[in-house]
Design a protein around this ligand. Structure first.
Ligand code: ARG
Length: 587
């Protein structure tokens, strides 16, 4: 199905060709002066420049051909030679009917579906999640929804951080607290207990304890380092403990992510590729991709034309251990073997740009990936009102569960203040509060251009007015209840006819969905979906204020407006779904 912009581009391009001018100059865009005309083409100016001709004269020639070919289009020449295009109502009506009949409201499937892996979330076992992980989760989830919607074959992986020094810190700290556990007895032959020796609260307590002690006492830190190396070398008791730590963490994380409505296909982590590392390193060594450097084994990745120096990737540290980049490389190898993705997206903060540049270059050098097959989808930081990276009041990092609860509290208060959800059962009210809270958190993040930083302001995010997630949910709920009322009164939808400018404006917004989806995909840019959702809701509001629906006496006009409302709701739900917002039935 072609959008209006595409259809107009086709018609104008043909008119350029008919006037003996380059067809490629016939591109049509939404006008920057919608008060004059909704669409425009500026190609006559470029054509005139190339041909050293008068642009208005060329525009006139194109306009003549265009008018002859398209009687359903108003064509005017403006300024130095712009073509202003004003579709007649019939053109809008036809497009609206096509959108209404399409469950995807105009969004096409990808012409070349890919196998895509999305690596996002990335919390670390035992360390509390911070807002960077939240951003990754929200952006990554939106991208996985968008890519699936487009028909790509998507696999998402949370890629837990479960292989670093923090594991050794947990082990040593637990040993100090409970030295009698069998995991620490080198002579123990197993089997180890099935039940975890720690809870998630224990983990949350042990890690900061160990970390503080390690900072104060180098010997204590050395013990943790040694434990990490022994763990990586396969000491059975430590491996058994690691399993427990990971399972306890995953169980707790699943609760939080379920609450947030974020889903991962795979719950793998750095530790899953440990068994691949030795062979991978040996292979890279054999192929002379690595070099020795100050006792470490590295891969040089700098290039002549680099603007700033890129350090070599450290594959094996001077102490013999695998590092973050090592597990990332081995994970590429594993993913290639198991899924063979065409594309892997890493949704990780900007601060890790060098890391990913090193890993990607090394992977290409090693033949593990093709150019363009690995992509760092970067994002900026979330700041507090002071403009610095967001922290909790006591200076610590934010916990996801606390954040969700805070948002929910405000959502309940705002709903009550606005008199919403008053007639719902307590369970239904709580469900709405959850949806409003998630909408607030997600939309306020996703609406920003991903690489910019933004200031976290929960009170503003949970408002029902302004450009917020809750506002959009509320608009969708309102349209839903309008349609229910119409059904209750036995009113039927009918073919679209355009009797008011606000209707045409709404059709233009609906028509823009396909382009928004394309741009969001190519730019890995959920903010474009947010923008579209907001503009659509605004266009509906304007339409609804100016064009009565239920009270409209003219039956065909009312039926047409019901079709427009229903199509708007379908599209609004779809686009909100792509950014992870769940629209309640009522509120
Ligand atoms: N665990 C990492 C962190 O907290 C993020 C993981 C990102 N994904 C990856 N494949 N490196 O910084």
């Amino acid at each position: 199905m072609t959008s209006l912009v595409e259809e107009l581009t086709g018609a104008v391009s043909a008119a350029f060709a008919a006037a003996g001018l380059p067809r490629e100059l016939g591109g049509v865009i939404e006008s920057d002066r919608p008060d004059l005309a909704p669409y425009q083409c500026n190609g006559a100016l470029a054509a005139a420049k190339a041909a050293k001709a008068n642009p208005r004269a060329l525009a006139g020639a194109v306009a003549d051909h265009l008018k002859a070919a398209r009687p359903d289009l108003g064509v005017e020449i403006a300024g130095p030679g712009f073509l202003n295009l004003i579709p007649l109502p019939s053109m809008y009506a036809q497009r609206a009917d096509a959108l209404a009949a399409d469950p995807r409201t105009g969004a096409r499937l990808a012409s070349d579906p890919l196998r895509v892996m999305i690596d996002f979330g990335g919390p670390n076992v035992a360390k509390p999640m911070h807002v960077g992980h939240l951003r990754s989760s929200v952006i990554g989830d939106s991208l996985q929804r968008l890519f699936r919607f487009l028909g790509h074959d998507v696999t998402s992986d949370i890629h837990l951080g479960d292989w670093g020094l923090q594991m050794g810190q947990l082990i040593t700290e637990l040993q100090d607290e409970q030295p009698g556990l069998p995991y620490f007895d080198a002579g123990f032959t197993g089997p180890y207990p099935d039940e975890a020796p720690v809870s998630i609260d224990d983990l949350a307590r042990l890690y900061p304890q160990a970390s503080a002690k390690g900072k104060a006492d180098p010997e204590r830190q050395e013990r943790s380092r040694k434990a990490t190396a022994e763990l990586q070398a396969g000491r059975p008791g430590y491996r058994a403990l690691l399993r427990h730590f990971i399972l306890v963490s995953i169980a707790a994380l699943k609760v939080d992510f379920d609450d947030l409505g974020v889903h991962f296909d795979l719950w793998k982590g750095e530790s899953d590729v440990n068994d691949l590392i030795a062979d991978m390193v040996a292979d890279l060594r054999k192929r002379a991709i690595t070099e020795e450097s100050a006792g470490a084994l590295v891969i040089r990745v700098a290039r002549e034309d680099d603007k700033k120096e890129l350090a070599p990737l450290i594959l094996v540290s001077s102490q013999g251990s695998a590092l973050y980049a090592t597990t990332d490389l081995a994970t590429i190898l594993e993913r290639r073997r198991e899924l063979d993705p065409d594309l892997i997206l890493y949704v990780v903060d900007l601060g890790q740009s060098d890391h990913f540049e090193q890993v990607f270059r090394a992977a290409i050098k090693a033949g593990l990936a093709e150019d363009g097959g690995l992509e760092h989808v970067k994002f900026g930081t979330v700041n507090g009102p002071d403009g610095k990276r967001l922290r909790t009041r006591d200076g610590g990092t934010f916990r996801l569960a606390d954040l969700i609860e805070q948002a929910r509290e405000r959502a309940r208060a705002r709903l009550t203040e606005a008199g919403l959800g008053a007639e719902l059962s307590p369970e239904a009210f709580e469900d709405v509060a959850r949806k409003v809270a998630n909408a607030a958190i997600k939309f306020s993040d996703l609406q920003n251009v991903r690489t910019t930083n933004y200031v976290f302001d929960l009170d503003r995010f949970v408002c029902f007015e302004g450009k917020t997630g809750p506002y959009l949910l509320y608009q969708a709920v309102r349209i839903g209840s309008l349609l229910r009322k119409a059904e209750g009164e036995g009113l039927k939808d009918g073919p679209v006819q355009i009797s008011h400018d606000a209707e045409a404006a709404l059709v233009r917004r609906l028509d823009g969905f396909e382009a928004a989806v394309q741009r969001a995909e190519s730019g890995r840019a959920p903010h474009i979906l947010c923008e579209h959702a907001f503009n659509l809701a605004q266009a509906f509001s304007a339409f609804y204020t100016q064009c009565p629906i239920l009270p409209e006496k003219d039956e065909p006009i009312r039926a047409a407006r019901l079709t427009l409302a229903r199509t708007t709701l379908t599209q609004l739900r779809t686009v909100l779904g792509l950014i992870g917002l769940d629209v309640p039935e009522r509120m």
